[in-house]
Design a protein around this ligand. Structure first.
Ligand code: PLP
Length: 382
């Protein structure tokens, strides 16, 4: 089996599990307890926070642990928007993850916010000029993802954040897919808030974090015992927080070398597939894309049918976001990039693990070609 769905999730890394194990067993204390076991759990949490802060180049107090990327996105969008008295206007893009889009929609429906959806070009790229034009005196938040989960396009976040700051507007980025592949230094990115999720990097599912620049007002979503400096109540998942810190450290080690090797494999795969299936369309930006993302449309086929064909050939991948899998709707990302619903229904996303063996590239290329040919035999349209 070749697993090419790393954008959906990844296996727990051995080193991560080893680091977590003591806090799942002997060191099971509640970090709020005043006895020794509690103190040790609190210390582990403190160290995990400090390690993540070191990778992001921020203060430990600026990291809030969450239950994952979805909660980090919800907390950023709703929490910042509802805490900022500036107005009720948000600028975002139509290619964001559902966690952002649905949070914006919630604010529109229940709190009378106005949402500006910036157009993207055919590569899924936001135009800084259009972004600047969309900012208003009553804009409370701008949120644009660092890298797209379906097509891998990387946005010019530093430039967009600078434009927002020139108008005094806080800027959030969803870095869930970028983590592990790109630099997450929040000063270089210039962002005020950044969402992370562990399970894309080898932690168990259900842990994430939100970086929030200090003094940025935030309205919590969860009320209770006041953990996480009152930003996120609930007994902390100490073991998973420790795992997230370890996973981010591992992902930062030799990142440039590992990602350049992965980008070479991605490029070989893209050119191989475009040559083997001449009607294939590469989706996403040709160069400004995640090193592990190779995504396509195969006009005249069906994405779901290709998935089944590939699974029969031992290759596991997806047609787009895991959240949308099983829904019979074309991807909102591909539609926003100007593809027709018919073509968008033929999407395939290969998201490569950084352990991918070079020998697998020709095997995957042939499997994709054979899958398309098998479908053409049934449905002679490609
Ligand atoms: N944001 C992006 C870009 C994602 O790809 C995902 C997950 O696929 C999320 C947010 C949600 O993260 P989680 O699965 O941790 O809730």
């Amino acid at each position: 089996m070749i697993y090419l769905d790393s954008a959906a999730t990844t296996p727990v890394r051995r080193e991560v599990l080893d680091e977590m194990w003591p806090y799942l067993t002997a060191e099971f204390g509640n970090p709020s307890s005043s006895h020794e076991l509690g103190h040790r759990a609190a210390e582990a949490l403190k160290q995990a926070r400090a390690k993540i802060a070191a990778i992001l180049g921020c203060r430990a107090s600026e990291i809030t642990f969450t239950s994952g990327g979805t909660e980090a996105d919800n907390l950023a969008v709703k929490g910042i928007a509802l805490a900022t008295p500036r107005g009720r206007h948000i600028v975002t893009t139509p290619i964001e993850h559902e966690a952002i889009l649905a949070s914006c929609d919630y604010l529109r429906r229940l709190h009378s916010f106005e949402i500006t959806m910036l157009p993207v070009d055919r590569f899924g790229m936001v135009s800084p000029a259009a972004f600047a034009d969309a900012l208003r005196d009553d804009t409370t938040l701008a949120t644009v993802m660092l890298a797209n989960n379906e097509v891998g396009t990387i946005q010019p976040i530093a430039e967009l954040a600078a434009l927002a700051h020139a108008r005094g507007i806080p800027f959030h980025t969803d870095a869930v897919q970028a983590a592990g592949a790109l630099d997450l230094n929040v000063t270089a990115l210039g962002v005020d808030a950044l969402s992370l999720s562990g399970h894309k990097l080898g932690t168990p599912k259900g842990i994430g974090a939100l970086y929030l620049r200090s003094r940025l007002p935030i309205e919590p979503l969860l009320h209770g015992g006041g953990q996480e400096r009152g930003r996120r109540s609930g007994t902390e998942n100490v073991a998973a927080a420790v795992g997230l810190a370890k996973a981010l450290e591992l992902a930062a080690t030799d990142r440039a070398d590992r990602m350049s090797r992965l980008a070479d494999l991605r490029d070989a795969l893209i050119s191989g597939i475009l040559a083997a299936v001449p009607t294939a369309i590469l989706t996403g930006h040709p160069t400004d894309r995640l090193p592990g993302n190779a995504s396509f449309c195969f006009p005249g086929t069906s994405g779901e049918a290709i998935l089944l064909q590939l699974e029969e050939r031992g290759i596991l991948c997806s047609s787009g976001s895991a959240c949308a899998a099983g829904r019979d709707e074309p991807s909102h990302v591909l539609l926003a990039m100007g593809l027709s619903p018919e073509v968008a229904q033929t999407a395939l996303r290969l998201s490569l693990p950084d352990t991918l063996a070079p020998e697998s590239v020709p095997e995957i290329t042939l499997a994709v070609r054979d899958a398309c040919e098998a479908l053409r035999a049934v449905e002679p349209r490609i």
